[in-house]
Each structure stands twice: as structure tokens, then as C-alpha cells.
Design a protein around this ligand. Structure first.
Ligand SMILES: NC(=O)c1ccc[n+]([C@@H]2O[C@H](COP(=O)([O-])OP(=O)(O)OC[C@H]3O[C@@H](n4cnc5c(N)ncnc54)[C@H](OP(=O)(O)O)[C@@H]3O)[C@@H](O)[C@H]2O)c1
Length: 253
């Protein structure tokens, strides 16, 4: 097998949550380009159909399932749809997430809980549902954030706590399922990539963070997707329980 063959995903099946927008679309497209069929989950079905067309345009099969990942039954249904359509699940990309910024003294319990419920708890519901059907050689990638590692000037207790929490979830599932099930579990910690989430920043915020971008720019989603393919494929076959930071150096400043 050549080194490039190790990155190929021919015959594999991936599930991507939050596949209706932003990074989830880039992940679905890259997985298809690497040879995987893809099951797509999110709440906006019209947008999922666009991602489905993108996967099919890359020559792979896709199934789009309306999914609210905060509902464990929806997570189970997304995995069941992938099994019914493709007969296996090899890769889970836990990507659905929300970023909020609320000063701690003003944040309501409901606001805090809703972020943790989506960014952390839902990743566990998806991992549980996939862990029940995945065969040895499978890979789970949890999409965390540099804000799990560092701060960036905004009041983001809920977001940061949920993204740091994903590191613990990643470590523990890696140790539970490594030897017993042959499933690798890793996390990606992205820096800034333009998406609907980053459109919400107030004017001047991204400019103020510029000195921390050691490569002098924000990231291209395709650069992040390349790191995902490494973790999802046999190229990353001896990597488990790790956090791979893809942030242009932001977190070391
Ligand atoms: N962009 C960045 O710079 C950056 C940096 C670090 C980490 N991240 C992480 O990367 C992931 C993707 O971020 P993004 O920038 O691509 O955000 P985005 O453009 O806002 O997309 C978020 C995705 O999550 C889905 N989603 C939200 N709530 C959901 C729910 N209850 N059930 C199912 N899907 C749900 C949305 O789809 P629907 O609304 O259709 O449900 C959408 O597809 C997030 O986990 C985020 O924290 C992003």
C-alpha cells in the first residue's frame, strides 16, 4: 500500500452531523472525494439536499436525514438510516455545534445548558449509537475548538467548557473502545474558519485577533478537511485519544 493509498476511504461509510452548513459541508465533500459514502444529519433538510448533491457530484452515494442531535432517538435514527442504506458505519464526524458569547453574570441556565447539550452531550449520543454498530478499524472524530485549549477575548464559558469537555469524552471513549472494539477516537481543534458561526462576530473582533494568527490568515476549510481525512483513514491508524489542533498557530500565542 502506498502512503497516499492509506488516506483513501473506498468502500467506507461516514456519518457527518451538522452537514447542512459550514465545516460540515467541507467534511462531507472531502470524505466523498476520498471515496466514502456519506450519511448527512442536521435540522435543515433543504440544505442537507445541497450537501447530498455535492457528495453525489464527487461520485459517491449519500443519504440525508433530518436530525436534531440533541435527541438521542434522532441520533439512533441517523445511524439506522446509514446502516439501512449502506450496511455499515466506519467513520463518525461529530461536527454539529453552536458558538455563543454571553457574559457569565447574565447567562441563563437555559442558555448555558443548550450549548453543552449540543456541543458535548449530543456527541456522546452519536458516539453511543455508532459504537453499537462500528466494526474494528472504525474512527470517530469529535470537532472541538481551540477554545477548548485557550481563550480568545469573548465571554464563552459554555462554548469553551463544552469544547474542553470533548477532550475528556475523546480520551475515555478511546480507552473504552480501543482494544475491545478496535475503534479509534480523536478530536480536531480548529482555529478560525469562515462559516455561518464566524459571521456572528462583532465588527473588529477578527481584526483584533490578527496578531495571534501566526500564518497571517484564517484557515481554509479544505485544510481542516485534510486533517479530518488523516484521522478518519488508515493514515492515522495508530493515532487514538488525541487532539489535533489546526489553527495556524493561534493556540500557542
Ligand atoms: N468555524 C470555525 O471557525 C470553528 C472553529 C472551531 C470549531 N468549530 C466547530 O466546528 C463545528 C462546525 O462549525 P461551523 O463553523 O461549520 O458552524 P455553522 O456554519 O454554524 O454550522 C453548524 C452546523 O451544526 C448544525 N446544527 C446546529 N444545531 C443542530 C442540532 N440540534 N442538530 C443537528 N445539527 C445541528 C447546523 O445545521 P442545522 O441548523 O441545519 O441543524 C449546521 O449544519 C462546530 O462544532 C464548531 O464549534 C468551528
Amino acid at each position: 500500500m502506498s502512503v497516499l493509498d492509506r488516506f483513501r476511504l473506498d468502500g467506507r461509510v461516514a456519518i457527518v452531523t451538522g452537514a447542512s452548513a459550514g465545516l460540515g459541508v467541507a467534511f462531507a465533500k472531502a470524505l466523498a472525494e476520498a471515496g466514502a459514502d456519506v450519511a448527512l444529519g442536521a435540522r435543515r433538510e433543504d440544505r442537507l439536499k445541497e450537501t447530498k448533491a455535492l457528495v453525489e457530484g464527487a461520485g459517491q452515494r449519500a443519504v440525508a436525514v433530518r436530525t436534531d442531535v440533541t435527541e438521542p432517538a434522532d441520533c439512533q435514527a441517523l445511524v439506522a438510516a446509514a446502516m439501512a442504506e449502506f450496511g455499515r458505519v466506519d467513520i463518525l464526524v461529530n461536527n454539529a455545534g453552536i458558538g455563543t458569547a454571553v457574559p457569565a453574570t447574565r447567562e441563563t441556565p437555559e442558555e448555558f445548558r443548550s450549548v453543552v447539550d449540543l456541543n458535548l452531550n449530543a456527541c456522546y449520543w452519536m458516539a453511543q449509537a455508532c459504537g453499537r454498530v462500528m466494526k474494528p478499524g472504525s474512527s470517530i472524530v469529535n470537532i472541538s475548538s481551540v477554545l477548548g485549549i485557550t481563550t480568545a477575548g469573548l465571554p464563552q464559558a459554555a462554548y469553551s467548557a463544552s469544547k474542553s469537555g470533548l477532550f475528556g469524552l475523546t480520551r475515555d471513549l478511546a480507552q473504552q473502545w480501543g482494544t475491545r472494539k478496535g475503534i479509534r477516537v480523536n478530536a480536531l481543534a480548529p482555529g478560525f474558519f469562515a462559516s455561518e458561526m464566524t459571521e456572528q462576530y462583532s465588527p473588529g473582533y477578527l481584526e483584533a485577533q490578527a496578531p495571534r494568527r501566526l500564518l497571517g490568515r484564517t484557515g481554509d476549510p479544505e485544510e481542516l478537511a485534510a486533517a479530518l481525512i488523516f484521522l478518519a483513514s488508515d493514515a492515522g491508524g495508530f493515532v487514538t485519544g488525541q487532539v489535533l489542533t489546526v489553527d495556524g498557530g493561534f493556540s500557542i500565542t
